[in-house]
Design a protein around this ligand. Structure first.
Ligand code: SAM
Length: 208
């Protein structure tokens, strides 16, 4: 059966005209909504996800749509980032389940891996997120805004007010930044309507 790709993340669509048509890295690509959209817009796409089912799904979608996407299974913490290689790097809601230090190191790798004039779009959960409030009520943090969930066997790190902006110094231009609360119907892992606190940023590397 043919699967239909989901709609891309709105900022990917919005910033498309500003991104040099070249090489993309989609970190934690999920079901491939952004990788597929970018391949359809003539970008060369490399993507990876820690979940092998997601990788299989992207491969199937790409083959059904006759698109070429270099997709593999990998953990971002083990991924060998290339230096100054990409015109666009996406990390959309995929750097949440890790310790804060690993998050910071990954953001640094994204910065190094972008070409000059390259763009990165990153989003994560904030301390307004329902999962933060929930974890805070049942667990002690193991570090700044970071928890370990025993039942899920994974870390969760949440972003403070303005935190995402602070990782980008003078060699980067912030093209867009927003913190928002969105109401979502139930989905995998959470039943019923709930709030997600999201921070999202679009940056451009202006200098090496
Ligand atoms: C909320 S989904 C978002 C997927 C996609 N970025 C999108 O915008 O639709 C988060 C994805 O990140 C992946 N992920 C989580 N931790 C990861 C890690 N350490 N390395 C690679 N992928 C990871 C998950 O498997 C999942 O597919």
């Amino acid at each position: 059966m043919k699967i239909k790709p989901s709609l891309p993340f709105p900022l990917v669509k919005e910033f498309l005209p500003k991104i040099k048509n070249g090489l993309v890295l989609d970190i934690g690509s999920g079901n491939g909504r952004n990788s597929i959209f970018l391949a359809q817009n003539n970008f060369k796409v490399e993507s990876f996800d820690i979940n092998k089912q997601n990788v299989a799904e992207i491969k199937k979608l790409a083959s059904d749509l006759n698109l070429e996407i270099n997709s593999k299974k990998s953990d971002v913490l083990k991924y060998k980032f290339k230096s100054q290689e990409y015109d666009l790097i996406l990390a959309i809601q995929s750097l949440i389940w890790m310790r804060k230090n690993d998050f910071k190191k990954t953001v640094q790798k994204i910065k190094d891996s972008l070409k000059v004039d390259g763009i990165a779009i990153i989003s994560g959960f904030t301390t307004k997120d329902r999962s933060y409030l929930n974890l805070k009520s049942i667990r002690n943090p193991i570090g700044k805004n970071t928890f370990y969930s025993k039942s899920e066997k994974r870390y969760w790190q949440f972003l403070d007010k303005q935190e995402l902006k602070r990782y980008f110094g003078k060699n980067f231009k912030i093209l867009y930044y927003k913190e928002k609360l969105i109401k979502e119907p139930g989905h995998k892992g959470i039943t019923g309507y709930h709030n997600h606190g999201i921070a999202e940023i679009v940056i451009k590397k202006i200098k090496k």
